[in-house]
Ligand binder design. Structure first.
Ligand SMILES: Nc1ncnc2c1ncn2[C@@H]1O[C@H](COP(=O)(O)OP(=O)(O)OP(=O)(O)O)[C@@H](O)[C@H]1O
Ligand SMILES: [Mg+2]
Length: 482
């Protein structure tokens, strides 16, 4: 920036000096040539007077051919201080008299200055009573004229020098003034760029820099207003968003209670079943009852543990913690979850048909969530087949492609009711008297969180199959953990 500003000042000086030099040179030289012309006119005037006198007096000597008198008269005239020589010729061009110092160059062109001999020559015919008697040539020294011209040039150069010096000083001062203002503007612009606000450039005046400073201050003021407005509207938006979040949190609380109620309903019912069975065994006190009671207690404990896990999972979900994912054996989880879902369902009511892939790779999953998904799907299937003649539950696992395993839960129920088919996975969609319509929406969210897909397909013969995928666990790219 500094060198640029310097160059601006430098350029102003250069231009001023250049213009001044050209203008002043023209002035000085035209003045000198005017001085020269004035002197030449003066010399020509003197020549006229001398020639008039000469013709009046010397014409007679020429006529009488009295050359000695002519010579004497010419010598007398030569006493004129600027006259260097005087030549007289007869009618035939022969030199009659020559007085003074003759020019070096011959013949001298009349009316022209001879720079080599510093001579201004004037020529005239000598007429007497209308007849040409000869001619006279006068040579004036131009040294006075040359001196005058030289001193005019000198004076001009001196004045020009002083004027140029004054101009340089003026240009320096103006340049300093301009660059000072520009530097100040640049400094303020930089401070503004660095994020400083509330700036006012203290440059006054009606010149261009004053105008720029005024525009800068105006821009700053407008930006501040705009920024304040933006901040205010941002604050308003934040407040609005907070209100929204609060409102949706209230909604979420409602949802949460529904989810908890839905998810723990089944394990609670199962626990209750076990406890009733245990109570019965204690009342009857048959042989081997103690072992059976212990076994039933174990099952009840397992269900209670599951309830606790579900609540823990929901709480984790609420606090937005990512669910714990591990590489797990899908077949094992499926078997265990189907068992859990079937508690309270008489064995004779449903035919279970397993088709589990034997070499199934491990999948990355959250155990509790996938348990919930399987339980939800199995419960739905069992509920759907309540009125069916054939009640067959088909559970299938397989590796669907290089990246995923697939779990299918098929029933022989009536199929998806048309009125809910296109919003099956939405919340609170249910065709059941006692249903909340949350099981599928939760299951869908869980599978999605695993990066898998949950869908329902209509079976060829009868019923529906729900299918979902889970990602295969790879310790490193291309190699399965199992
Ligand atoms: N296997 C199935 N066969 C036929 N319809 C089904 C099946 N599974 C679900 N549906 C339909 O989808 C609806 C939604 O199921 P979802 O599990 O979300 O809720 P719900 O079972 O009705 O109630 P809950 O919240 O207690 O689970 C059911 O009401 C039912 O109409
Ligand atoms: Mg359900």
């Amino acid at each position: 920036m500094g060198s640029q500003l310097f160059s601006l000042r430098y350029r102003i000086i250069i231009s001023v000096v250049l213009i001044e030099t050209i203008m002043l040179s023209i002035m000085v030289f035209s003045n000198a040539s005017q001085v020269r012309q004035t002197h030449r006119d003066r010399l020509d005037q003197s020549a006229q007077i001398i020639l008039q006198q000469f013709t009046a007096t010397a014409g007679r000597y020429l006529f009488e051919v009295d050359y000695p008198s002519l010579q004497e008269y010419a010598d007398n005239i030569l006493a004129h201080d600027e006259l260097t020589y005087l030549l007289v010729e007869d009618n035939n061009g022969n030199l009659i008299t020559a007085s003074g110092v003759l020019p070096i160059v011959e013949p001298l062109k009349v009316g022209m200055d001879d720079p080599r001999s510093n001579i201004h020559a004037v020529h005239s015919d000598v007429d007497l009573v209308g007849t040409r008697r000869g001619a006279v040539q006068l040579g004036f020294s131009t040294s006075t004229m040359d001196q005058a011209v030289a001193s005019a040039l000198q004076r001009g150069a001196l004045i020009a020098g002083v004027e140029i010096a004054i101009s340089i000083v003026a240009a320096l001062l103006i340049g300093a003034y301009l660059t000072r203002n520009l530097t100040q503007l640049a400094r303020f612009a930089k401070r503004y760029g660095d994020g400083e606000r509330d700036l006012t450039v203290p440059i006054k005046g009606r010149d261009e820099t004053g105008m720029v400073a005024h525009a800068f201050n105006e821009m700053m003021r407008r930006r501040e207003i705009a920024e304040r407005q933006r901040n205010e509207s941002e604050a308003r938006q934040v407040a609005l968003r907070k209100e929204l979040i609060h409102a949706s949190r209230l909604g979420a609380m409602g949802q949460l209670s529904t989810q908890i109620a839905h998810e723990i309903n089944q394990p609670l019912a199962a626990t209750m079943n076990y406890l009733h069975a245990g109570r019965q065994l204690i009342a009857n006190r048959t042989d081997g009852a103690l072992e059976q009671i212990a076994e039933i207690f174990d099952k009840a404990i397992k269900q209670t543990e599951r309830t606790a896990a579900i609540i823990g999972e929901i709480r984790g979900h609420l606090s937005k913690e990512d669910a714990d994912m591990d590489a797990e054996d899908v077949n094992e989880i499926v078997l265990e979850s189907v068992d859990l879902a079937m508690v309270g369902v008489p064995d004779s009511f449903i035919t279970l048909d397993y088709k589990l892939a034997t070499d199934l790779p491990l999948a990355v999953l959250n155990r509790t969530q996938i348990q919930q998904v399987v339980v939800n799907l199995v419960r739905n299937a069992v509920e759907a087949m309540a009125e069916s003649e054939t009640r067959q539950l088909k559970i299938e696992t397989s590796q669907s492609d290089a990246e995923t395993v697939e779990i299918c839960i098929g029933d022989t129920g009536p199929g998806i009711a048309a009125e809910v088919a296109d919003r099956l996975f939405q919340r609170f969609v249910s065709t059941k008297m006692t249903g909340v319509g949350i099981g599928l929406s939760i299951s869908y969210a869980f599978i999605e969180a695993h990066g898998g897909r949950l869908k329902a397909v209509r079976n060829h013969d009868s019923g529906t199959t729900f299918k979902f995928t889970l990602p295969i666990a790879y310790a490193e790219r291309g190699r399965n953990v199992a």
